[in-house]
Ligand binder design. Structure first.
Ligand code: NAD
Ligand code: DAU
Length: 329
């Protein structure tokens, strides 16, 4: 199995999950180790996998690695919305050109591909409070990040239909768990609080996300690999919709801080108000059930992980906050 982006948050957890629950796979990781990649996330399995440092846009390298694999799981991407608003160019390159490069290699060598994508491709469910995305919802991305992910999904669909590539796509909601970069909402707040600094809420904090534990996401990817129908997309989400303010209040409670002790900072431009996914297809067709339906329990475990693993997140913290200071958030 070739795992692109396997030194990032979800990819590294996927590698751990695969070795633990699907030991029949021999795993090779391709990762460029950008600011978001960290080989130390793979340290616990270092002797059991092969790690290749390289760019998913490097067609020769990708061709060679795909040829030597039976299955490709494609996580590599630029993943952070705020960064995409600041400088979209690496997003177009990695997310669009990188997926094209992977698709061409799996086409040449007739390999099974699973493409990992996001619910953000469907855009904003808005303020009316109703409705959920389904697999047939219209693509309507808001940010440069989600637009490049939408483009990558459409490339996959076209390669399935026109070239018979054996691929599936998943569109998952917001993940949380160990090894998530400190730029993202949950780890940014948890590490701020651990350092005795205020949590930072964009705008009013009314934006709603469907928080999903990374292990539940990765279990779904394995189900899709094993039993998903070629050419199909599957939505993944825990059902646990919460506003950012609610998640923050829960974190403050779990970390014994007074409620409401956070700073409001200027909002993200174009900020989507609500995402929510209808995961009936994944549940009924493939029998997926989240192991962490309870956000409180999942977050408590995650807070404990960040408390115990400062060695992992501390080096990136100041750099990340410096970037947010520049963005005014
Ligand atoms: P991440 O930013 O933590 O990790 C991305 C990884 O890709 C890093 O290890 C990075 O070094 C690597 N990478 C970036 N550019 C590369 C390139 N050109 N060549 C090779 N490797 C490169 O991201 P993540 O949160 O783990 O997300 C992984 C995937 O899951 C992405 O495709 C993202 O769109 C998708 N996704 C993320 C979430 C979420 O909540 N984080 C939810 C749904 C879907
Ligand atoms: O929905 C899936 C997507 O979830 C993935 O495709 C993306 O890769 C992933 O980054 C995530 O995107 P979001 O923009 O939703 O996640 P982020 O962690 O950046 O922010 C979550 C919410 O919290 C969002 O409404 C913005 C807000 N926020 C974020 C930060 C970093 C704050 O209020 N304060 C913050 O400091």
């Amino acid at each position: 199995m070739l795992v692109t982006g396997g030194a990032g948050f979800i990819g590294a957890n996927f590698v751990h999950h695969t070795l633990r629950h699907h030991p029949r796979y021999r795993v090779r990781v391709l990762d460029a180790l950008t600011y978001a990649g960290d080989e130390r996330a793979l340290a616990p399995v270092a002797g059991r996998i092969e790690f290749v440092r390289g760019d998913v846009c490097d067609a020769r390298l990708v061709d060679e690695l795909v040829a030597a694999s039976d299955v490709v799981v494609h996580f590599a991407a630029e993943s952070h919305v705020d960064n995409s608003l600041d400088d979209p160019s690496p997003f177009v390159r990695t997310n669009v050109q990188g997926t094209f490069t992977v698709l061409e290699a799996v086409r040449r060598h007739d390999r099974r591909l699973h493409h990992v994508s996001t619910d953000e491709v469907f855009g904003d469910l808005g303020a009316d409070g109703g409705g959920r995305f389904t697999e047939t919802s219209r693509y309507d991305p808001s940010s440069p990040y989600s637009a490049t992910k939408a483009a990558s999904d459409l490339l996959v669909r076209a390669w399935v239909r026109s070239y018979g590539v054996r691929a599936t796509v998943s569109n998952c909601a917001n993940n949380y768990g160990p090894f998530q970069h400190v730029e993202k909402f949950v780890p940014r707040q948890v590490t701020n609080l651990l350092l005795g600094r205020p949590a930072k809420l964009f705008g009013t904090g009314e934006n709603v996300r469907e928080w999903t534990h990374v292990d539940d996401h990765n279990a779904a990817v394995h189900l899709i690999l094993d039993r998903g129908r070629i050419g199909e997309s599957y939505l993944i989400g825990s059902g646990g919709e919460r506003s950012n303010r609610e998640v923050l209040d829960l974190l403050l409670e779990l970390m014994d801080r007074p409620p409401g002790s956070y700073e409001h900072v200027p909002d993200r431009p174009g900020h989507d108000l609500r995402y929510a996914a209808d995961c009936t297809k994944l549940r009924t067709e493939l029998g997926w059930r989240p192991r962490f339906p309870d956000l409180r329990a999942g977050l408590a475990e995650t807070v404990a992980w960040y408390r115990d693993n400062e060695w992992w997140w501390k080096p990136a913290k100041e750099r990340t906050e410096e970037r947010y200071r520049r963005l005014g958030r």
